[in-house]
Ligand binder design. Structure first.
Ligand code: NAI
Length: 258
């Protein structure tokens, strides 16, 4: 029997990368998984091969009405939502003096406001259940600054504090909220942003394991936060980053580990 048997999960950004890996892992663990994404053309069909998937919604997370409608449809069909994962997100970069306001706004809208709207949509059901686990996908870039990251880092820092506030506000109702802060994970987003740029290896080597992560490694942590194994964990911003934020890397460790 799967360890998420009987639980219903709502996952945004489920068509690709980290969201897809979370949906797949939850399905393998026996959850009923409702996925949502702007893009309905990607990998979703593969989840149905692993476990019977509950459904997939075409959804722009910046659209409050669409979020509410997707959650209402999931509730009508399955009666409850136990787990929310907010993996929908977009990358962006550049120094402040070169960023158009519209670009800044779009990143905040998708990454931060989208997370807010997803939480807002599922909270009434979680409040009436007196239980729920909200898992936001933030980033190591929400924990610290990085060259060229301004708009993205600001959005992810916002996601982390929003998540901590959710933990504060809804803990008395038995609802947990935690943020996962991935390091650089090999997904379509990562490949489109990092590709084979000259500083790729420098970024890789900030991960103390000296490699990039895999989507299923984020899904493993999401599974922990979704499951009863984390029943006393709330308000945490969990780096899942191969040691990226553990400290500075200069290459000295190679002198005594090779
Ligand atoms: P991805 O690009 O593979 O997947 C993101 C998904 O979000 C896509 O399927 C896309 O269609 C969807 N999406 C984008 N805008 C949307 C919108 N307005 N409404 C609904 N869906 C929308 O990217 P990846 O890497 O899987 O990213 C997932 C999350 O993890 C993002 O929030 C990202 O910022 C975060 N993250 C990713 C890292 C990485 O290195 N890949 C590192 C840290 C955080």
């Amino acid at each position: 029997m799967g360890r998420l048997e009987g639980k219903v999960a709502f996952v945004t950004g489920a068509a690709s990368g980290i969201g897809f890996a979370c949906a797949q892992r939850f399905a393998e663990e026996g959850a009923v998984v409702v996925g949502a994404d702007l893009d309905t053309t990607d990998d979703w069909g593969q989840i149905e091969k692993v476990a019977p998937a509950a459904g997939f919604h075409s959804l722009d997370v910046t659209d409050e009405g669409a979020q509410n409608a997707a959650v209402a449809a999931a509730l009508a069909e399955h009666g409850r939502i136990d787990i929310l994962v907010t993996a929908a997100g977009i990358a962006s970069g550049g120094p402040v003096h070169l960023i158009e306001q519209a670009t800044w706004q779009r990143v905040q809208d998708v990454n931060l406001t989208g997370t807010f709207l997803s939480a807002k949509a599922v909270l009434p059901a979680m409040l009436s259940q007196r239980a729920g686990s909200i898992i936001t996908i933030a980033s190591v870039e929400g924990l610290e600054g990085a060259e060229g990251g301004s708009t993205y880092n600001a959005s992810k820092g916002g996601v982390i504090l929003l998540t901590k506030n959710l933990a504060c506000d809804y803990g008395p109702a038995g609802i947990r909220a935690n943020a996962i802060c991935p390091g650089f994970i090999d997904t379509p987003m990562f490949r489109s942003v990092i590709g084979d740029l000259p500083y790729r290896d420098a970024i890789r080597d900030q991960h103390k394991l000296r490699r990039f992560g895999r989507p299923e490694e984020i899904a493993g942590s999401a599974f922990f936060l979704a499951s009863d194994g984390s029943s006393f964990v709330s308000g945490v911003a969990l780096p899942v980053d191969g040691g990226y934020v553990a400290g500075h890397a200069y290459g000295i460790a190679e002198l005594f580990t090779q």
